[in-house]
Design a protein around this ligand. Sequence first.
Ligand code: APR
Length: 314
Amino acid sequence: MATHIQDYRSPKVTIIGAGNVGGTLAHRIVENGLADVVLYDIVLGKPQGLALDLMQTQAIVNHDRQIIGTNNYSDTQNSDIIVLTAGLPRKEGMSRNDLLRINASIVKDAISQAIAQSTEAILIVVTNPLDVMTHYAWQVSGLPTHRVMGMAGILDAARFQTFIGMELGISSADIRATVLGGHGDTMLPLPRFSTVNGIPITELLSQDAITKLVNRTCNGGAEIVKLMQTSAYFAPSASAYMMVESILCDRQRVVPVAAHLMGEYGLTDIFMGVPVQLGKRGIEKVIELQLTSDELAALHASAKSIQENIKLLP
Ligand code: APR
């Protein structure tokens, strides 16, 4: 007997790069029952092993999504979302430009193959340098701009929230922080738009204290690399998960992501961190905050450094 249940297709998320961020993201997605997951990696055996490990977890905890590990892009066909985490981390002696060129070639290869299998997908880029790789992935993909975005702002805001919470001795769950701009030294944490349950932190902390928290946020990634000799992955995967969930469940959450700007904030044809509304179409709306002239100047400086790097793309 035919029922509507037979027509139901589980959402499908492909994660390219079965490394630390990719693996923990897959774990979050299946344990929350959000979607079926395909883990792709260039290394033979790695995604298959990870998928088996995750499937065996199902026998213990309560989840039952399909997980496939593969070295073949045909398995990624008809994905609703593609999350790109493939890339090399920066190693000692490697300049940011060296990293940019290496990761650009990985992005080109991965995106052209993955999008050929899933022409309707929404693309979330995690690979660094984030804003430039998102721009390049968009160019290679040929997708409309509302279906391409980079994950950074949620992570940077989470870091700012954490440091504010540590300073005030209160739960970071009650703090909302706003960070705009590029994912790097030039990011722009905005104290005026960062609140403890609606109270701006500018009313709760001295300017000196805020400056220290802002600086720590801007170096939040490097602080972790220095401590554990590899880049963070729990908070990055939690951030990517929030984006995937808002899209698949059409939650219309307002979150900062690297989005394509066409005149917003006085910037054109650049991907960088701004608040957006995320729903089933991808970026449903870019939200423009009213910035002071100093804040706007800092945002434009951040944009300039991204534009310089875009010139280095092949
Ligand atoms: N195609 C598919 N996968 C690839 C390719 C490729 N061409 N090149 C490398 N990979 C895979 C690696 O085999 C590895 O499994 O990408 C994965 C990257 O995983 P990690 O080295 O563990 O890196 P991770 O910490 O997950 O970070 C991934 O996110 O935060 C950024 O800067 C970080 O760009 C990096 C990315």
